[in-house]
Write a protein that binds this ligand. Structure first.
Ligand code: NAD
Length: 475
């Protein structure tokens, strides 16, 4: 039996929520596993006030002191991997072995990276620009209280991407996990309580329209950071334009095109897509979900993909052979299935396995051959579904990719480096992989363009995003 702590973290204290109950589910069985009481309006205010108080002293800690705390958090996460992974796997339906070996290792690595990054912040400049009697200094200071809103697809990893750079830079945060997946972050609360001064990290739970909206609208919040839907991004921008103008950092959806030229290495491509398209049941903002393939290899690629989709192993997350588990909720299951059914009804060629699991929110992997204007090629599905569309001229694929409202992940596949780079240069996407897809490095920035948002997660750039630049002049 896994024990779930459902208490919020406010000002260094674990407290029961006093608001509405949100039920967390085990998506692999479709059963309720915990009732989490949301933060009441008074508790949201208390969390922001606690962060505001903590910020005043935490921002004066030296980088060395903050770094030490982040390193201790990373160590503590590593020492509790089994427990944290069990909670994450249960509440998000992720294969346990991937959470243990991959996602949790990355969570610890993110804290460790920002512990180092803050001690290596690009050096502030000093100089005399008006006369020898006026010396200018540039400072990079923390911003204050940051409201952070996290999604359900990588509950702990997305929280780490937000918390680590923000607190490394000297800010204090109030973070709200998704109401569907609060349990792993709440478990991390104990680690924050043990290591950080009270109030540096506060965790409040609840839904978006009530708890989330109240949090991001609070006058003491200086910046809002969201990973979520485009619609939620718009709500953040409205809140940011309220009585106190706030900075924003938005990581929104994606619909990653995979441009495959006639000379691509199809075997390497298919092997890569097996993970890049279906990891986390395709609930990934950079999932390789729409393939644009040049006519010369379209049939060969379709055949290879059909074989691969036929071999994919999915099922209960505790099994050691599964490549993916269920989608997050009954609603998401219906949503993904709806996309596939509408594509079929519109005449697309659909290859989908039948669902093998009796209970739980499972969606069988699918390959859909459809024209560019099809809904399934244009809209974010966020499930184990890949579309394939044929093109003749490379420019057509570039135009299709750039016509999208999204601009997060993309990839180009060609044996010729010059061709691949030329295509990559022309793409309006925050990240473009060449002859690979979906590989992340903590040192490298991750962020979008257009309706996929702006601002970087990971890398030194993210640390910079959580600071403000200031000019001091000595007369
Ligand atoms: P969502 O926007 O519905 O929810 C995300 C978070 O926002 C949740 O915590 C939710 O409670 C909160 N929220 C919702 N409405 C709110 C409001 N009015 N005010 C304040 N908070 C509010 O998105 P989701 O369904 O949880 O996540 C899936 C989406 O996130 C997909 O579109 C996916 O592509 C995107 N995503 C993007 C990235 C990225 O790096 N760009 C990473 C992961 C997920």
């Amino acid at each position: 039996m896994i024990a779930f702590d459902t208490r919020l973290l406010i000002g260094g204290e674990s407290v029961a929520g006093q608001g509405a109950i949100e039920t967390a589910y085990d998506p692999a069985r479709g059963t309720a596993i915990a009732d989490v009481a949301s933060a009441s309006p008074e508790q949201i205010d208390a969390a922001v006030q606690a962060a505001n108080t903590a910020y005043k002293s935490w921002s004066r800690f030296t980088p060395r002191e903050r770094s030490k705390a982040l390193l201790a958090i990373a160590d503590a996460i590593e020492s509790r991997v089994a427990n944290l992974a069990a909670i994450e796997s249960r509440n998000a339906g992720k294969p346990l072995r991937f959470v243990e070996a991959g996602e949790l290792a990355n969570v610890a690595d993110v804290f460790r990276f920002f512990a180092t990054a803050v001690r290596n912040m690009p050096a502030p400049a000093a100089g005399n620009y008006r006369s020898s009697r006026h010396t200018s200094l540039i400072r990079r200071d923390p911003i204050g209280v940051i409201a952070q809103i996290a999604p359900w697809n990588y509950p702990l990893l997305m929280a780490a991407w937000k918390i680590a750079p923000a607190i490394a830079a000297g800010n204090a945060v109030v973070i709200k996990p998704s109401e569907m997946t609060p349990l792993s972050l709440l478990a991390l609360g104990e680690i924050f309580t043990d290591i950080l001064p009270p109030g540096v990290v506060n965790i409040v739970c609840g839904n978006g329209p009530d708890v989330g909206r109240q949090l991001i609208s609070h006058d003491l919040v200086r910046m809002i950071s969201l990973t979520g839907d485009i619609r939620t991004g718009r709500a953040v921008l409205e809140a940011a334009a309220g009585p106190m103008i706030k900075r924003t950092h938005l990581e929104l959806g994606g619909k990653a095109p995979v441009i495959v030229c006639n000379d691509a290495d199809l075997d390497k491509l298919v092997e890569t897509l097996r993970e890049a398209s279906f990891y986390n049941a395709g609930q990934d903002c950079t999932a390789a979900c729409r393939i644009f393939v040049q006519s010369g290899v379209a049939q060969a690629l379709t055949d290879k993909l059909e074989t691969m989709v036929g071999q994919l192993v999915y099922g209960q997350p505790g099994r050691t052979d599964v490549e993916f588990g269920p989608v997050i909720s009954a609603r998401q299951q219906e949503r993904v299935t709806g996309f596939v059914e509408r594509a079929r009804a519109a005449g697309a060629d659909v290859m989908q396995r039948s669902v093998t699991e009796a209970a739980g929110f499972f969606v069988a992997p699918a390959l859909v051959v459809a024209p560019i204007e099809a809904e399934i090629v244009q809209k974010e599905v966020f499930g184990p579904v890949v579309s394939l569309t044929r093109f003749d001229e490379v420019q057509t694929a570039i135009d299709w990719a750039n016509a999208s409202e999204y601009g997060l992940g993309s990839s180009v596949w060609s044996a010729r480096t010059d061709t691949a780079i030329e295509i990559a240069n022309a793409l309006e996407y925050g990240v473009t992989w060449i002859n690979t897809h979906g590989v992340m490095a903590t040192e490298m920035p991750h962020g979008g363009m257009k309706n996929s948002g702006y601002g970087s997660d990971l890398s030194m750039q993210s640390l910079i995003d959580y600071t403000q630049i200031r000019h001091l002049m000595l007369g």
